[in-house]
Design a protein around this ligand. Structure first.
Ligand code: NAD
Length: 435
């Protein structure tokens, strides 16, 4: 089966190389010339564990190609996956212009039947409108079908998620579309991955409902953690006991400074907007967003507890990506924390194992010094903040860190350190919701 994948971001590149690994012939398309050139030489433009090897392998075998020429990729393929971005507009609705422009280009290049599969996350009705757009350009007899196949991969473990998804959702207009997608995903079908076959609109909503549910769960445990702080209770015991209830489950009950990334905040905002347009108030999701918008302040609050006024203080920040194992800083809480600290008049020393240039561009201040390692970051700092829990920060020689610092405050916004051990080294420790 020949596939075209339009958009080579996290989703497009993982999908493209994943399908190449499953035996398909894949052409990935992007408008970003630099990115395409990099990929043609087997270089992945962002950090995702395992992806570089996979891309190199299938580029070398000729099963994975990269081009800017959408027309030839579409003409060559039976199935076209759309994996372009759908970032938030200022009003919270997603910007669908990348999808529309791809739709128009596809319409100009139709030569035989194409199944056009929306993998980008887009509101209910988008896929059907995309089909209508293409048919309006090519006439009602245009030989196309649209489908929706939302993506659930997590950055940092994206390949594993692609190969072993919890489920595959397939929304189609007809049996024919469902049959083609079932064939493409046959290797996963054979390892008994659950499949849900449904309508276009249902598939679109499932993606938003799933992400928003997880976001609500995070905001919920963060509020419980804040209450634990006030009542001198350990939130981890509460979360563990909650998670033992099979109706609740243990995942996404880890308190912290709030969720970020390119999906949860944007998808929650989009779902709230979808509700508004349908005259349905989605107040739970709306509230989860509001709780999240202020949760990063827990870090500032703890720093003030330890240091008093923050102006003029030097704060070391460990981790800048929105979560470990990615260099994605879109809506990263660590970056939000840095920006808030700069606003308070702090000096920052910052380090992330994979993020530097991207962060330098957004934290563009003479009061930020980017360092080469966690120890260097801690040098002469009044406080250290663990903002993103990369493994590298879990097994540090904290005694050495303490010696390098000027102060003794450790704000562990991800609750990864053993409190007694850290205290025995002379730190004043501040976690989130830990006694
Ligand atoms: N990143 C995730 O973890 C994740 C997970 C699940 C779903 N999603 C959804 O998948 C979609 C893609 O996300 P992403 O993070 O991969 O996006 P991204 O922004 O990293 O990548 C999008 C790519 O599309 C390219 N592009 C834009 N317009 C184009 C055009 N006209 N023709 C060809 N290429 C074009 C861009 O140059 C870019 O390389 C979004 O809707 C997102 O919500 C993302």
């Amino acid at each position: 089966m020949k596939l075209a994948i339009v958009g080579t971001g996290y989703v497009g590149l993982v999908t493209g190389s994943g399908f190449a690994d499953l035996g398909m012939e894949v052409t990935c398309v992007d408008i970003d010339e630099g990115r395409v050139r990099q990929l043609q030489s087997g270089q992945v433009p962002f950090f995702e564990p395992g992806l570089q090897d996979l891309v190199k392998r299938y580029v070398a075998r000729g099963r994975l190609r990269f081009t800017r020429d959408l027309g030839s990729a579409v003409r060559n393929a039976q199935v076209v996956f759309i994996t372009v971005g759908t970032p938030s507009l200022p009003d919270g609705n997603p910007d669908l212009s990348q999808i529309e422009s791809v739709g128009k280009e596809i319409a100009e290049n139709l030569d035989s039947f194409k199944l056009i599969v929306m993998k980008s996350t887009a509101p209910v009705g988008t896929a059907r409108r995309l089909g209508a757009l293409i048919r309006s350009q090519r006439g009602p007899a245009a030989d196309i079908e649209v489908a929706v196949n939302p993506e659930f991969l997590r950055e940092g473990s994206a390949l594993e998620d692609f190969m072993r998804p919890n489920r595959v959702i397939i929304g189609t207009e007809t049996e024919r579309g469902a049959r083609i997608l079932k064939e493409i995903y046959r290797p996963l079908y054979l390892i008994e991955t659950p499949f849900v076959f449904t309508t276009l609109e249902t598939a679109e909503l499932i993606k938003y409902a799933a992400n928003s549910f997880l976001a609500v769960k995070i905001s919920y445990i963060n509020e419980i953690a804040n209450l634990c702080d006030a009542l001198n209770i350990d939130v981890h015991i509460v979360a563990k006991a909650l998670g033992m209830d099979r109706r609740i489950g243990p995942k996404f009950l880890h308190p912290g400074p709030g969720f970020g990334g390119s999906c949860f905040p944007k998808d929650c905002r989009a779902l709230v907007q979808m509700g508004r347009q349908a005259n349905v108030e989605l107040s739970l999701v709306d509230t989860a967003l509001r709780v999240n918008a202020r949760q990063h302040q827990v870090v500032l609050y703890k720093l003030r507890q330890g240091l008093g006024a923050l102006e003029g203080k030097t704060i070391a920040v460990w981790g800048l990506s929105f979560k470990p194992n990615t260099n994605d800083i879109r809506e990263s809480t660590a970056i939000v924390i840095c920006q808030a600290l700069l606003k308070e008049g702090c000096r920052l020393r910052a380090y992330d194992p994979e993020v530097c240039a991207e962060a330098q561009a957004v934290l563009n201040s003479e009061r930020v010094c980017f360092c080469r390692g966690p120890l260097e970051t801690a040098e002469a700092a009044d406080a250290v903040v663990l903002a993103t829990e990369w493994n590298e920060f879990r097994n540090l020689d904290l005694a050495e860190v303490k010696r390098a610092m000027r102060g003794d405050v450790l704000v562990d916004s991800r609750n990864v350190y053993d409190i007694e051990m850290v205290k025995s080294l002379g730190f004043r420790y501040f976690g989130v919701g830990r006694r």
